[in-house]
Design a protein around this ligand. Structure first.
Ligand SMILES: Cc1ncc(COP(=O)(O)O)c(C=O)c1O
Length: 416
């Protein structure tokens, strides 16, 4: 190491002794150790010993209500979905052992892509091994060096990673701020390629993007638009197509990204589009080409689940009732929430700090309720959140039970 780049206040490495590449994680290690030193149950290491239903599991030996999964439509134990998976497992085996562009496209992959085209009424659908890879692949492949990506500052990590991989100029704007977005678009040089990236529902606070206005502004400046509907598929919009459907802009967006790991109830990711050249993505998109395709049982469960979600209006209505009841109940108890009104199936309870958030998380889990403890960098504005995500299979009684557990824990920790 030359003198010019050594840090005077850091111990010099002895000759033959390299720098420990893990030293950059020391702050996180200290934070974690500080949190657990008081005997606190580890909120990031919960084990579900048995899963009883979409809304209940045995966690750390306790019967627990699940309020921190993305199982919005409760499809994980749907008998038709489970049966489709079992059938595919016995007919096609456990895995494809190959890429979609070589030996990894089975009948089931084509069927789930057809189900997505039918669901969204779009011309093309491409299935990835995860939603993370769908964002990574689509964003990095369509927006490269010399192009511009204008995106909400609160975008999901997979969107940021897709931007980094593609090396386009990245121009973030303040969360859900239409004017700020327009200002950024105005400054982009004439003739440059432009992609605007938005999410339907932002997963940390559970708030919805003003897509009607934002998509109109993006189009005014000639930008292509990609909307990640990970947290709205199945639930929001008349047919569960997401905020794009609810806002009436589904025909104006160029790409919708989604995942099978939430409302669909399994694992996998996808992009649907009407772009006439879309199919070329199968040959040029590296996170699609250079990885193994999803197992046949997974695509079979996804396909059955998506087709059932098309007819899920009763479940959607019940999920809205749950969301409204939980939001009102928590607000009435005196908790500070991420949104004034319920906007999605996610209700975020804002904690004063990480210590109290972790203590509250522990009181809830000991009371038989699991929620997500979320903290920076995943959360906006350095917030600590107890993120509650509802399921269409939560009964009215369970929502009542959830509120009682919150009340007891909140009083015990002194938050309400
Ligand atoms: C907005 C958003 N996009 C993409 C993903 C990635 O989805 P997957 O779990 O399928 O990788 C997530 C996951 O939480 C998400 O919240």
């Amino acid at each position: 190491m030359s003198e010019g780049i050594s840090q005077p206040d850091q111990p010099q490495a002895l000759e033959g002794e390299g720098k420990d590449l893990f030293s950059k994680f020391d702050d996180v290690i200290a934070l974690r150790e500080g949190l657990l030193s008081s005997g606190q149950e580890d909120p990031f290491n919960l084990v579900m010993e048995k899963v009883l239903s979409p809304t209940r599991a045995i966690c750390n030996g306790r019967d627990t209500i699940l309020l921190g999964t993305y199982n919005y439509m409760g499809m994980t134990f749907d008998p038709d979905v489970v049966e489709a998976g079992k059938q595919a497992l016995s007919d096609f085996g456990t895995g494809t052992t190959g890429s979609r562009v070589l030996n990894g496209t089975y009948q089931g992959h084509k069927e789930v892509e057809q189900a997505l085209m039918d669901y969204y009424e779009m011309d093309h659908a491409m299935v990835f091994s995860t939603g993370y890879q769908a964002n990574l692949g689509i964003i990095s492949t369509i927006a490269g060096k010399g192009d511009y990506i204008v995106l909400d500052i609160d975008s999901h990590a997979s969107i940021w990673d897709g931007c980094a991989l593609g090396q386009a100029e990245v121009v973030p704007f303040k969360h859900n701020d239409i004017e700020a977005m327009e200002k950024r678009l105005k400054r982009i040089p004439e003739g440059a390629g432009k992609l605007v990236i938005l999410e339907g529902v932002y997963s940390m606070l559970g708030d919805v993007a003003p897509l009607k206005e934002m998509v109109a502004v993006a189009k005014k400046y000639g930008a292509m638009v990609l909307v990640d509907e990970a947290h709205s598929m199945g639930f929001i919009g008349e047919n569960g197509r997401g905020v794009v459907e609810d806002a009436g802009v589904i025909d104006d967006v160029d790409f919708i990204i989604g995942t099978f790991s939430k409302s669909v109830g399994t694992v996998g990711g996808f992009c649907v589009s009407n772009h006439p050249k879309f199919e070329i993505m199968r040959l040029v998109c590296r996170p699609y080409v250079f990885t193994a395709s999803l197992p046949p049982s997974v695509v079979a469960t996804a396909c059955t689940s998506i087709r059932k979600l098309m007819h899920g209006s009763n479940k959607r209505a019940h999920l809205w009732e749950n969301s409204k009841a939980l939001h009102k109940g928590l607000k009435d108890l005196g908790f500070k929430l991420g949104t004034e009104e319920p906007q999605s199936a996610i209700i975020a309870v804002i904690m004063p700090d990480l210590q109290q958030g972790a203590a509250m998380w522990e009181a809830l889990i000991q009371g038989g309720l699991y929620v997500n403890l979320a903290r920076p960098p995943a959360t906006p504005a350095n917030m600590t959140l107890l993120r509650c995500s509802l399921c269409a299979e939560h009964s009215e009684e369970e929502v009542g039970e959830i509120l009682s557990i919150f009340e007891k824990a909140g009083k015990q920790i002194g938050i309400i």
